[in-house]
Design a binder for this molecule. Structure first.
Ligand SMILES: Cc1cc2nc3c(=O)[nH]c(=O)nc-3n(C[C@H](O)[C@H](O)[C@H](O)COP(=O)(O)OP(=O)(O)OC[C@H]3O[C@@H](n4cnc5c(N)ncnc54)[C@H](O)[C@@H]3O)c2cc1C
Length: 483
């Protein structure tokens, strides 16, 4: 494959930076057809693998699709020596913010060709290459009698979800998905291929459990499995006028001392600016095949428009369709339980969105997820999220999705204004918790600092130790440790 020194963006000819060009050139010499350039089929396949338009509209100078950990190691040896060669690490491209897993004029390392899954040690460990998506994992393990904790939507990448924490259907029983990683195979910024586990590189092992893409390119995760048969799913949709009762039933569940750890719940609100209509729903999963789990009785008792129960496998339930390409924005807050404050949050959001209808329209989604039980009670060395002092409550993910890239700044400003009003209101009532879940955070938020001063300083020290030149701080996008 010939190296092209030019890249086309929407018809305009851009000259790729000299540094990225020479970096891509060296990569191609060493790694051959794993490196592709604008207009190549492999390059385009990577670009169409992003979930948000903000990410897919960036134009890297070249894309590397490594097939082995040694390929990643060779690549990072070259990249780290090229003083100004910026790069991105891509899993399944579900982080919506521009520059988190793609890079304009640099090198995008797309891990998705490395997606094997295998069971080891009497089925107690699943070895998962970092470019897999969760559906690959669940389908491979389906029928084996064991499963692992990972994304609820099967299209989400293993790579990104696990370096940011990971909420699964099993989080309230087994803790954050990253808690179950027993070994990371990881390529450091200088190209060294190392393992990190309880015996070897222990500080790196802990830092990777929530520290994001700041320590290297993970090439394989070894995950502890647990026995699993079928699961029970309940989807309930309500008229928005029932929100007070739904918020109360949701809030009543947020007590670790009484919480049934087999229960997984997302209650969500959706508003479309084009139709000016709200919808309200609960997606409730019980991780045993119980047809009517008692824990969801109050949510089911609220007058509803529909209620569908099913007994199914994790692999089948996670097999969701992808959304069409859209602009996306995520932001998050973590709160203590209060049905009244949920109502206040609805009113604040409604005030903003009911008078906001940018051209092309925008859909707002608010997902409310319990933060209870094993999510808070992990042993101190299970992860670096700093939740030891957090209290029972819930994590809020607010998303905006819209087709028209010309209104990005307006939508981002509206989302910032709502999130900040929620935070200020909650703070005044003593309901705000400091934690910001990294995988739901907006680029303007600081999830790594939200883990607390000691954890942030620990992460910064591990970054200095394993990446002396601070390559991953200076040349890779995402939530960083350098100020
Ligand atoms: C539809 C949808 C459903 C979701 N469901 C859930 C859910 O159930 N639970 C949950 O907790 N979160 C969920 N999320 C959030 C999700 O965890 C994050 O978006 C996550 O970052 C996606 O990982 P990815 O590999 O697909 O994304 P990418 O955008 O490819 O990567 C995300 C970040 O991780 C880094 N990264 C990826 N792979 C590696 C690697 N091998 N080594 C080092 N760094 C790496 C990237 O550099 C990037 O900064 C969901 C998101 C979406 C859009």
């Amino acid at each position: 494959m010939l190296f092209l020194q030019t890249a086309y963006v929407a018809g305009a000819l851009l000259v790729a930076s000299a540094s990225a060009s020479s970096c891509c050139n060296r990569l191609e010499k060493r790694l051959g057809s794993s490196v592709s350039f604008p207009k190549d089929v492999d390059y385009n396949a990577t670009m169409s693998g992003y979930w948000s338009i903000q990410e897919s509209s960036l134009q890297p100078a070249c894309v590397l699709q490594p097939r082995t950990a040694r390929d990643v190691s060779k690549a990072l040896k070259i990249i780290s020596k090229h003083g100004n060669c910026h790069f991105a690490i891509k899993g399944h491209g579900h982080a919506p913010a521009a520059g988190f897993a793609n890079v304009d004029g640099g090198v995008t390392i797309d891990m998705t060709s490395m997606s094997s899954v295998s069971l080891h040690e009497g089925q107690s460990i699943a070895r998962v290459e970092a470019g897999a998506k969760w559906l690959d994992v669940y389908q491979h393990l389906d029928g084996s009698g064991v499963q692992v904790a990972g994304g609820r939507n099967g299209n989400v990448g293993v790579g990104g979800l696990l370096v940011g924490g990971g909420i699964s259907h099993f989080t309230t029983k087994h803790g954050w998905a990253c808690d179950a990683v027993v070994n990371y195979e990881v390529v450091l910024a200088n190209g060294s291929l190392v393992n990190a586990n309880k015996r070897c590189n222990r500080d790196l092992f802990l830092a990777l459990k929530g520290g994001g893409n700041n320590f290297g390119v993970v090439t394989r995760y070894d995950l502890a499995t647990f026995p699993l048969g079928d699961i029970s799913t309940t989807s309930i949709s309500y008229d928005i006028s029932q929100r007070g009762k739904v918020f109360q039933a949701f809030t009543d569940l947020l007590d670790s001392s009484r919480y049934d750890p087999l229960a997984s719940l997302v209650t969500s609100l959706l508003y479309r600016s084009t139709s000016k209509a709200w919808t309200l729903a609960s997606s409730a999963v019980y991780t045993k095949p119980v047809s009517e789990p008692a824990v969801f009785a109050n949510l089911s008792a609220v007058p509803h428009e529909s209620l569908v129960r099913n007994i199914t496998s994790l692999a089948t339930f996670a097999d969701e369709s992808d959304t069409p390409p859209l602009n996306w924005l995520f932001a998050t807050v973590t709160l203590k339980p209060s049905a009244q404050y949920m109502q206040d949050m609805f009113d604040m959001l409604n005030n903003t969105v009911s008078s906001f209808n940018p051209e092309g329209g925008v859909t707002w989604s608010v997902a409310l997820e319990p933060l209870v039980a094993a999510m808070l009670k992990s042993p101190k060395d299970a992860n670096v999220l700093g939740l030891e002092t957090a209290q029972d409550g819930f994590i809020v993910l607010i998303s905006a999705l819209w087709p028209n890239s010309a209104v990005n700044a307006e939508v981002e400003a509206a989302a910032r204004s709502v999130t900040s009003a929620w935070e200020t209101g909650a703070d005044a009532k003593g309901l705000l918790q400091g934690f910001q879940y990294l995988n739901y955070a907006a680029p303007s938020q600081e999830p790594l600092r939200s883990y607390g001063k000691d954890n942030f300083e620990f992460l910064a020290s591990v970054s200095q130790k394993y990446d002396h030149a601070q390559v991953l701080q200076k040349r890779v996008g995402g939530f960083k440790l350098s100020s």
